[in-house]
Design a protein. Structure first.
Length: 167
């Protein structure tokens, strides 16, 4: 039987299997994607015999550089920056329990490209300027819910309208 199937013939459920050690579970999570220490702590808490055991495993993984805050930040930015704005990415990073300083540094880097990223997301979704107030509102709400700042959204929609008028 394939390692991807269980006794019922279905696919293996996501996440570490039942017979793994705490360290094995942590390594399986880390093999799937980068995780912050706080994320691993939440995911592994129910499997640890004690908080001390969990802390020891996480300390060991961090000492061996298996857990890296910088890699988590870089991973999130690489996965999300092309589709989402700074606000949404900041929320995701904060939800991972990362240091405020690391999040602030990432956010300042993202702000420099926010209008360009918002313009590209808008272009893929809409491609042309709104012709009436309802369409304008729809475009604006779309970009805002993607986490782009109000200033970036206004700049994108204003430039689209001006480009349409020039044509």
């Amino acid at each position: 039987m394939s390692s991807y199937q269980n006794n019922s013939g279905g696919r293996r459920p996501p996440g570490p299997g039942p017979g793994l050690s705490l360290k094995g579970r942590a390594l399986r999570f880390l093999a799937q994607r980068e995780h912050s220490r706080a994320e691993l702590e939440r995911k592994l808490a129910g499997h640890a015999e004690s908080p001390e055991q969990l802390a020891q495993v996480l300390d060991e993984l961090q000492a061996k550089d298996f857990i890296s805050e910088a890699r988590v930040v870089e991973s999130v930015i690489n996965r999300r920056a092309q589709r989402f704005g700074t606000t949404r990415i900041r929320q995701e990073l904060m939800g991972k329990g990362l240091a405020v300083e690391a999040v602030a540094e990432a956010v300042s880097t993202l702000k420099a490209t926010e209008v360009d990223r918002a313009r590209e997301v808008w272009r893929k979704k809409f491609g042309e300027a709104a012709t009436d107030a309802a369409a304008h509102g729809k475009q604006m709400r779309f970009l805002l819910t993607r986490g782009f700042s109000g200033d970036a959204v206004h700049a994108v929609l204003r430039n689209a309208r001006e480009s349409d008028q020039d044509s």
